[in-house]
Design a protein around this ligand. Sequence first.
Ligand SMILES: [Zn+2]
Length: 272
Amino acid sequence: MKETRMNCPRGHKEMTVKKSEKKLSFRGKQFSVPVEQFVCPECGEEAGTVGQAAVIQKSIADTYRKSAGLLTGKEIVEGRKKLNLTQGDLAKKMSVGIASIKRWEGAGIQSKSMDQALRTALHGQDTGDTCTGNRSFSLPRIKLVFVELEKALGKKLLKKNDKMLFAAKYLWYADMIAHRETGQSMTGATYAALPLGPQLNNYRDLIEFIMKADSSKAEPLTPEEKRILTRIAMKFPQELMVYNAAHREQAWKGKAKGSLIPYTDSSELSAL
Ligand SMILES: [Zn+2]
């Protein structure tokens, strides 16, 4: 890696590049990764550059993926090139957004099920489900998403008399943004473009079952999913905001009423 020179921030002269192994803890595992840093020969001050930080991040991600039995970024790139696919081609084969492919080929870590999907796709087969966002439908997980959103918003979303179906819009954004950024929805729910906005199929019938569902039975939310839910809560502190935003989305506006909103539309979202 070519990096420019750096002078010691404490006013000494030029720093030298030192290669070393750094011990880090990541997702509960201990790693040692090779790092390159500038070190001042006079005072020992250490400094990295942005480029170095990115390399370290990638190195951590790949070391973690190897230890967890997941494809590394390099393996994904190589597999894709072997099939002569662009990132866009691979995204299409897997029913994910191109941003997910870019992330996985860099420092982003795919989930176990997305890793399986990647392996299948890199064997030339199409995978993915544009109705469920590459996840099987789970009521406990829907409940868990609401528990997390309600915590972040400091108010109840799940109500029996939710006439405007506000809760369903929060859930739609959670599922769609997760699909765009992780390749997978959070809950496996299927959505349709209905007059009141994008709506979970059969939401009015399901609401009772969602309220009764046991969120402790759901697969726990990943840190990435939790961050997405926090972002959604910060973006839409009021229910009317999420309602209005959903009605401005092309993914809803551009559909005939009653038709399915495929998860592949997640790349068109504009609110966040
Ligand atoms: Zn110094």
